[in-house]
Ligand binder design. Structure first.
Ligand code: S3P
Length: 426
C-alpha cells in the first residue's frame, strides 16, 4: 500500500493509543500457562500479538477475542498440547523467542516458522541457554528459523545474557518456570522488565536485585484480570511529531511509563523537548499516565551505551528528530539495530538520503547531521513497521507531499497509525 503524507501545519488533540506490544505478548503467554481464566483488556491490536494468540490456540488453549478484550483459559504449566501444524510467528521475533522458552519444556516437539524477515533473524541467542537447560533445538544453518524444538525435562541455570535482550531474558525465565530450583538471569544492562512484573502478578516467586533476576521454578500461576497500558513505543511517533511541527500540543492518555521503557522521554527532555507528565498511576504493577507534548526546538546530541539499548525501538523516529535538531544526532552501540525487522541502520540512512540528508553509517550506529529541512520524497518501509511510521512523521515536516511505499507494514504493531495521524493533523 502506498500512503501519501502531506506536510502538517500543527499536531494537536488528546489521544489514547492501543495496548503495549511487549506487555500483550507476555500477558497472553503467561495466561496460557496459568490455571483458570485471564481477561486482558486493551490487548495490542498489532499483527505480532495476534501471532502469539494464534500460536497459543494451536497449543490447545482457548482464546476468545471481543474487540481488544482477550480472554485466555489456561490449564496450568502442564496444560499445553502438541500442535497439529507449524506454529506461525509471522513477523514477530518476540513470539518466536519467548514462546520457545515454554516449548522447550513440553513433552512434545514443535516447529516454529516466521515470515521472510523473521526467517533472517538470529535464534542462536535463545538456542544456547535453552540447550544448556537440556532442550534440543535445531535451526536452519544452526541459527535461523524454522526452529524445531524438541521438548525435554529442563534444568535450572545461572545465565549471563551476552547481549542486552529482553526477549532472551524472557525466554530463559519462561523455561525456568519448568525447571526445579532457581533460574538466575544476569543482565549486562537493564532491559525492559515487563516479564518480571507480569510473573509476579501471575503468582510466581521472583526476586530482582540490581541486574540479577532469580525465579523459583515450578510455581503455580493463577489466571488474572489485567489491563495493558498504551504502547509508549507507538506513542513515540506522535511525541516526535508534536515536538517537530511548530505550534503543536498533544496529550497522550493512558500510556505506559515503565522506567525501563521511558528512556526516550528522558532523552527528549534532556535535549530540550517540551514534555510534561500530567498523571501517573499503577495498574498490574506497570506505571502508566498522561503526557503533554509541545513543539520544541531540540538540541540533539549523542546516544550510546545503556541508553541505546533502552530505547532501541525508538531510534528510527529519534533519527528523524535528529536531522532537524540543532546539533544533529549520533547513535552508537546500536549493532542490534542491524538484526531487527530490517537492518535499521541501513533503512533509516536510505530514507534520510531520499529526503536530502546524508547520514554517515558507522559500524555500530549513525551520525545524522542537524539543522536540515526534509525534502518531500518517495520513501519505503522496506517491510518494517517502525520504518514506515518513523518516515511518515518525517514527511509531516517535509516541503511537499511524500509517499510511503509498503505503508501497510505499520499494522505489525499499530494498525490504526494512519487513522490517528489523520486525527491529530486535522
Ligand atoms: C522486546 C525486546 C526488544 C525490542 C522488541 C520487543 C520485548 O528486542 O526490540 O521490539 O518485548 O522483549 P530484544 O530483546 O531483541 O532487544
Amino acid at each position: 500500500m502506498d500512503q501519501r503524507i502531506s506536510p502538517a501545519t500543527r499536531i494537536s488533540g488528546s489521544i489514547c493509543l492501543p495496548g503495549d506490544k511487549s506487555i500483550s505478548h507476555r500477558y497472553a503467554i503467561l495466561a496460557a500457562l496459568a490455571e483458570g481464566t485471564s481477561t486482558i483488556r486493551n490487548y495490542s491490536t498489532g499483527a505480532d500479538c495476534h501471532s502469539t494468540l494464534g500460536c497459543i490456540r494451536s497449543l490447545g488453549i482457548e482464546v476468545d477475542e471481543q474487540g481488544t478484550e482477550v480472554t485466555v483459559t489456561g490449564k496450568g504449566l502442564a496444560g499445553l498440547s502438541a500442535p497439529g501444524a507449524d506454529l506461525d510467528a509471522g513477523n514477530s521475533g518476540s513470539t518466536m523467542r519467548m514462546l520457545s522458552g515454554a516449548l522447550a519444556a513440553q513433552p512434545f516437539d514443535s516447529r516454529l516458522i516466521g515470515d521472510e524477515s523473521l526467517s533472517r533473524r538470529p535464534m542462536d541467542r535463545i538456542m544456547k541457554p535453552l540447550g544448556e537447560m537440556g532442550a534440543v533445538i535445531s535451526a536452519r544453518n544452526g541459527k535461523f528459523p524454522p526452529l524445531e524444538v524438541h521438548g525435554a525435562k529442563l534444568r535450572s541455570i545461572d545465565y549471563t545474557l551476552p547481549v542486552p535482550s529482553a526477549q532472551v531474558k524472557t525466554c530463559v525465565l519462561l523455561a525456568g518456570l519448568y525447571a526445579d530450583g532457581e533460574t538466575i538471569v544476569r543482565e549486562p544492562v537493564r532491559s525492559r522488565d515487563h516479564t518480571e512484573i507480569a510473573l509476579r502478578e501471575f503468582g510466581a516467586e521472583i526476586r530482582v536485585e540490581r541486574r540479577v533476576i532469580t525465579l523459583q521454578g515450578r510455581p503455580r500461576l493463577i489466571g488474572r484480570d489485567l489491563v495493558v497500558p498504551s504502547d509508549l513505543s507507538s506513542a513515540a511517533f506522535f511525541i516526535v511529531a508534536a515536538l517537530l511541527v511548530p505550534g503543536s500540543d498533544l496529550v497522550i492518555r493512558g500510556v505506559g511509563l515503565n522506567p525501563t521503557r521511558s528512556t526516550l522521554l528522558d532523552v527528549l527532555l534532556s535535549m530540550g523537548g517540551g514534555i510534561t507528565i500530567l498523571k501517573v498511576e499503577q495498574v498490574n504493577g506497570e506505571l502508566l499516565g498522561e503526557i503533554l507534548v509541545t513543539a520544541s526546538r531540540l538540541r540533539g546530541g549523542t546516544i550510546e551505551k545503556e541508553t541505546t539499548a533502552a530505547l532501541i525501538d525508538e531510534i528510527p523516529v529519534l533519527a528523524v528528530l535528529g536531522a532537524v535538531s540543532d546539533e544533529g544526532l549520533v547513535v552508537r552501540d546500536a549493532g542490534e539495530l542491524r538484526i531487527k525487522e530490517t537492518d535499521r541502520i541501513a533503512t533509516v540512512a536510505e530514507n534520510l538520503k531520499r529526503m536530502g540528508i546524508e547520514a554517515e553509517i558507522l559500524p555500530d550506529g549513525l551520525r545524522i547531521p542537524g539543522r536540515h529541512r526534509f525534502r518531500a520524497a518517495e520513501l519505503d518501509s522496506f517491510g518494517d513497521h517502525r520504518i514506515a511510521m518513523a518516515f511518515s512523521i518525517a514527511a509531516l515536516a517535509a516541503n511537499g507531499e511524500s509517499t510511503i511505499h509498503g505503508a501497510e507494514a505499520a499494522s505489525v504493531s499499530f494498525p490504526e497509525f494512519f487513522e490517528v495521524l489523520k486525527q491529530v493533523t486535522a
